[in-house]
Design a protein around this ligand. Structure first.
Ligand SMILES: [Fe+2]
Length: 242
C-alpha cells in the first residue's frame, strides 16, 4: 500500500467538493485522524504491518460517501442518504476503490468495514477477519467523533432528556436513533458511544488523547439537568478506567 499515493488521491477527490464548506473540511480532517487512529489501534492489538496498513486504508475510505452526501443534502443525516452505503456504492460499484489500491484481495473486508461503520451494530454476516476490521473502524471513528464534537459543536443540555434515553444510558446501553426525541437526547446518544467500544486498547487510546473527558467537560448543562448530568458523567468517566 502506497500511502503517499492514497493521501494524494484522497485529497484530489475531496478537492472536487467545496472545501470552504466547514462540513467538507471537517470530514476531510476527520478522515486523516481516523486513518491514523485505526493504525494505532491495529498496532495496539498486535497486528502485523500489512494489517495495520489495511486498517489505515479503511480509515481513509470509511467516510468516502460523506462528501457527496453533504454536497447533495447539505447535512450529515443518514435518513435520506446513508453515507456508509453511499461510500460502498462509489467505491465498489463506480470503481473508486482501484484509485487507492490495485489489488482486489481486501475488497470484501473493506466493503463490510465501510458499510457497517455507522450502523447501530454490524449488520452483514462477517467472518472473523472481516469483523476485526469492522470493529477497528467502528472504534477509531468514535474516538475522533468526540474530538469533532468538542471542537466544532456547541454542546448544550438545555432541554430535559427523555426518560427512556436516560434509563438506557444508566443501563450502559447505546441509544437507538428512534428513541431520540430532542437535542439533549442526541447529546446523550453521543455520550453513550463509550459503551460501544470493542477493544480496551481503543479506550486506552481515547483516554490518552483526552477526547472523551474534554467532550464531557464541554457540555453546557442547564439547572434542571445538573443532578442527572453529574450522576451520568461519573458513570461514563468510569468507563475510561480499563
Ligand atoms: Fe462515517
Amino acid at each position: 500500500m502506497n500511502f503517499d499515493l492514497i493521501d494524494k488521491e484522497f485529497k484530489k477527490y475531496v478537492s472536487t467538493f467545496n472545501f470552504e464548506d466547514e462540513k467538507i473540511s471537517l470530514k476531510y480532517y476527520h478522515t486523516l485522524e481516523v486513518a491514523n487512529i485505526s493504525y494505532e489501534i491495529a498496532e495496539a492489538l498486535g497486528l502485523n504491518e500489512e494489517d495495520r496498513n489495511l486498517a489505515k486504508l479503511i480509515g481513509y475510505l470509511h467516510d468516502f460517501g460523506r462528501f457527496e452526501q453533504v454536497a447533495t443534502t447539505n447535512s450529515f443525516k443518514d435518513k435520506e442518504v446513508d453515507h456508509a452505503d453511499n461510500g460502498v456504492k462509489l467505491l465498489f460499484e463506480e470503481g473508486w476503490i482501484r484509485t487507492f489500491i490495485q489489488d482486489d484481495k481486501y475488497d470484501e473486508i473493506i466493503k463490510k468495514a465501510v458499510r457497517n461503520h455507522n450502523k447501530y451494530q454490524i449488520l452483514d454476516p462477517v467472518n472473523e477477519r472481516e469483523r476485526l476490521f469492522a470493529n477497528i473502524i467502528r472504534d477509531s471513528d468514535k474516538i475522533d467523533i468526540f474530538r469533532v464534537r468538542t471542537k466544532y459543536y456547541h454542546n448544550e443540555m438545555k432541554l430535559v432528556p427523555s426518560i427512556k434515553v436516560v434509563e438506557e444510558l444508566k443501563k450502559e446501553h447505546s441509544i437507538l436513533l428512534n428513541d431520540i426525541k430532542n437535542k439533549s437526547d442526541s447529546l446523550l446518544c453521543v455520550m453513550a458511544f463509550i459503551f460501544d467500544f470493542n477493544y480496551k486498547e481503543s479506550i486506552q487510546i481515547l483516554k490518552k488523547k483526552g477526547y472523551y473527558s474534554n467532550f464531557l467537560n464541554s457540555i453546557e448543562v442547564s439547572k434542571d439537568n445538573e443532578t442527572i448530568f453529574k450522576e451520568i458523567k461519573e458513570k461514563l468517566l468510569k468507563k475510561l478506567e480499563v
